[in-house]
Design a protein around this ligand. Structure first.
Ligand SMILES: *Cc1c(COP(=O)(O)O)cnc(C)c1O
Length: 345
């Protein structure tokens, strides 16, 4: 599909690697029924630009294209206290010479700290212009509109980016990723049977799905919920994929049954560690030297591991794990991932 008609800034001047993970495959297989599991490949979107980037870098290429085309001078976005999305949005703002303000939602009560490390430290280091902290469950859209009013009142031109950069424009980043992967499958002669992706604010899952369907890539995608079970998550992804399809205006329809997600692995709560996450983070680090994060990719990989052990993937099937980034928050949970601090579940 032709994405060149959309405004875009390029923040990653290369295709992220698509790698086979032989030692992880072997270690996982040993724990699967009959000692045989799927072959695991990893799409290294933890190596995207605006380093240490992650999936939000791809969405921001298109969001920033639109913001600059509209003449914005201040970005406003929102997220949790350790938001990767906020950190990457700020990096894009700094790079483009724009100002940047956050609305931080304290989803876990008292989790916001002025002196936190990880992403929060980077907010300070890169010079965020203002942070408004609101309690979990607040009307975030309203809170961002209020900040936009303040910016306008002082003569600025605000551009609001929704949580996770997940709207139709942001989702184009993962349509572009689908096209990048299609080219890699062809060039590297790789046949992938299933793709495993994290499913949160849904721009990644929904955009990738629209990109696969639009490019006739017939590989099923399974989303691992990072904050919701399928009954709540799938409608969000469906809506996002349809919004992206509408924006593409190529007559693409999204079958509802193409939206598949798995729940449970995010428990007990978004961003709260669990034992399967710790196992996943340790296993990939100790077999491939690749780092996952405790909030997203650790739980997403735990989902892949769990599905493999349940026989959801056939032995020797090629399964692609989308590594969506998140490294900075690993430092906030060092004791947990090393097993020095017990997890609740
Ligand atoms: C935001 C994020 C996700 C979830 O992606 P969505 O597009 O919000 O569904 C997954 N992994 C990491 C590291 C993230 O920061």
């Amino acid at each position: 599909m032709d994405l060149s008609r959309f405004e875009r800034r390029v923040y990653t001047p290369f295709a992220t690697p698509l790698e086979f993970a032989p030692r992880f495959t072997q270690a996982l297989g040993a724990t699967c029924p009959k000692g045989k599991g799927p072959r695991i490949w990893i799409k290294r979107d933890d190596m995207l630009g605006l380093f240490p980037g992650g999936n939000k870098t791809r969405k921001l290429e298109f969001l920033m294209g639109e913001a600059l085309a509209q003449g914005a001078d201040t970005l406003i976005t929102c997220g949790a206290p350790q938001s990767n999305h906020c950190r990457i949005t700020l990096a894009a703002a700094v790079k483009e010479g724009l100002k940047c303000r956050f609305v931080i939602e304290e989803r876990v009560p008292n989790s916001y700290s002025e002196t936190a490390s990880g992403n929060h430290f980077m907010f300070q280091l890169m010079g965020v212009d203002a942070i408004t902290v609101v309690p979990g469950g607040s009307n975030i859209a309203q809170a961002m509109n209020d900040v936009a009013d303040q910016v306008r009142a002082s003569g600025g031109r605000p551009y609001i980016i929704p949580g996770g950069g997940s709207n139709a424009v942001g989702g184009l980043g993962y349509v572009a990723c689908a096209q990048e992967m299609q080219q890699q499958f062809f060039e590297q002669g790789i046949r992938i049977d299933q793709v495993v992706v994290g499913s949160g604010s849904s721009g990644t899952h929904g955009g990738l799905l629209a990109g696969f369907l639009g490019n006739r890539i017939q590989i099923p995608i399974v989303g691992i919920g990072v904050s919701r079970d399928p009954v709540d998550q799938e409608p969000l992804v469906y809506k996002e994929a349809m919004a992206v399809a509408d924006l593409l205006s190529v007559g693409l329809t999204i079958p509802r049954e193409s939206v598949v997600s798995v729940g449970g692995y995010w428990q007990p709560k978004y961003s709260i560690p669990n034992a399967t996450m710790v196992e996943a983070v340790q296993l990939l680090a100790r077999t491939e030297g690749i780092l996952l994060d405790p909030v997203y990719t650790g739980k997403i990989m735990a989902g892949l591991i769990g599905l493999a052990r349940q026989g959801f993937f056939k032995p020797d099937e090629n399964v692609l794990f989308m590594h969506t980034g998140g490294l900075p928050s690993l430092h906030v949970y060092e004791d947990v991932v090393l097993g020095r601090e017990n997890t609740v579940v």
